[in-house]
Design a protein around this ligand. Structure first.
Ligand code: BT5
Length: 327
């Protein structure tokens, strides 16, 4: 997809290590000086600030604390994840928008962001708190080439990619609580909700919804003791755009592995396991298993050692941690 004018200009200014003259910019983008002035004016009114020097030219100084589609595009134009990006100021759930667009034939790699979700969802209809402007809430529409039974891999893939991206911006111990959460300092900072659908022509597609707590400094009472944000960990306000671009980049970098070398994804998820060695209770439908969480098997299933010593593998379920690490 061709970038818009603003996306092209922002990308050029962001990649520049110095001021750029109007002449250089126009030559690079094949624009007229008037066109450039118009775009700078439009970006200024959207909250961007530029430093202008009479001889050296222009430099991007400050961006608004908003997610703006034109400023989120991947650096690599052939990237799959984010080849089309839409940002909503407010919606019920980005997963629902992505599912609707998917069933209307939406393109693989489409990403829907929302600044606020009024009906953000977790698994089993639970609520995902999506306070306006402080987190990152988005959904990917994917039409993977690999066979559908392995689409379940997408949750683990997304968890590993988001963990990598977080580690780059906040140096800390990033743990994956199987199957779909990321924990920082023992508290939940990210939740992932993967869903499968079919479009009108019965072509299947997947939606991977990701909610990341970035700048929250407080949470609703119901989750206050168990949720955290990147800001709480780093001690400083984070640039949400930078975090979002980092996550999209990590998803892009690792996407091939989700289908073709999933064992590498599993190894990393295992290395980052929050559960390993802890006494857990797992509920899957009506069955309940208690035991010590082990590693992940090659399919990404969680191994649990039951009281009698028997080891079982479970591919989905809801885990509650009953005690601290046993190791
Ligand atoms: C999840 O479900 O963790 C998946 C959350 C996925 C959210 C994204 S946001 C973009 C996209 N659009 C959507 O509508 N959803 C996706 P689950 O494992 O069921 O966990 C839900 C539980 O996490 C809740 O019952 C709360 O206990 C807790 N929780 C809710 N909001 C939270 C938050 N902001 N931070 C930490 N924990 C939260």
């Amino acid at each position: 997809m061709n970038p818009t004018l603003d996306a092209a200009l922002l990308k050029l200014l962001r990649n520049a290590t110095r001021h750029l003259t109007a002449r250089d910019i126009c030559a690079f983008l094949y624009w007229s000086p008037t066109q450039l002035q118009d775009r700078i004016l439009a970006l200024r009114s959207a909250g961007y600030e530029f430093e202008e020097h009479p001889h050296l030219g222009i430099k991007l100084e400050h961006s608004p604390d908003r997610l703006i589609a034109d400023d989120l595009f991947p650096a690599n134009e052939s990237a799959r994840i984010g080849r089309q990006i839409i940002v909503f100021q407010e919606t019920a759930s980005t997963n629902d928008i992505a599912a609707k667009l998917g069933s209307d034939g939406g393109t693989d790699g489409l990403v829907i962001f929302a600044e606020k979700q009024t009906g953000g969802r977790g698994r089993l209809g639970r609520r995902w708190e999506s306070e306006s402007g402080s987190g990152i809430y988005f959904s990917l529409l994917l039409r993977p080439e690999f066979e559908q039974p392995r689409w379940i891999n997408l949750t683990t893939w997304a968890a590993v990619a988001v963990a990598r991206a977080i580690e780059k911006v906040v140096p800390c111990d990033v743990r994956i609580k199987w199957p779909n959460d990321i924990y920082l300092n023992g508290k939940k900072a990210v939740g992932i909700l993967s869903e499968m659908h079919s479009d009108k022509d019965s072509h299947p597609f997947a939606i991977v919804g990701i909610g990341v707590n970035v700048n929250q400094i407080e949470f609703p009472e119901s989750i206050a003791s168990k949720a955290t944000s990147l800001r709480e960990i780093s001690g400083e306000k984070m640039d949400r755009r930078q975090v979002a671009v980092g996550i999209l980049g990590a998803l892009e970098e690792t996407y091939e592995m989700a289908g073709h070398s999933f064992s590498q994804i599993v190894e990393e998820a295992d290395r980052r396991s929050f559960l390993k060695g802890r006494w857990i209770r797992l509920e899957a439908g009506t069955s309940v298993v208690e035991g010590i969480a082990g590693g992940l098997d090659s399919s990404g299933a969680l191994q649990i050692q039951e009281n009698g010593g028997r080891i079982i593998s479970v591919s989905s379920g809801e885990v509650t941690v009953s005690s601290i690490a046993m190791e």
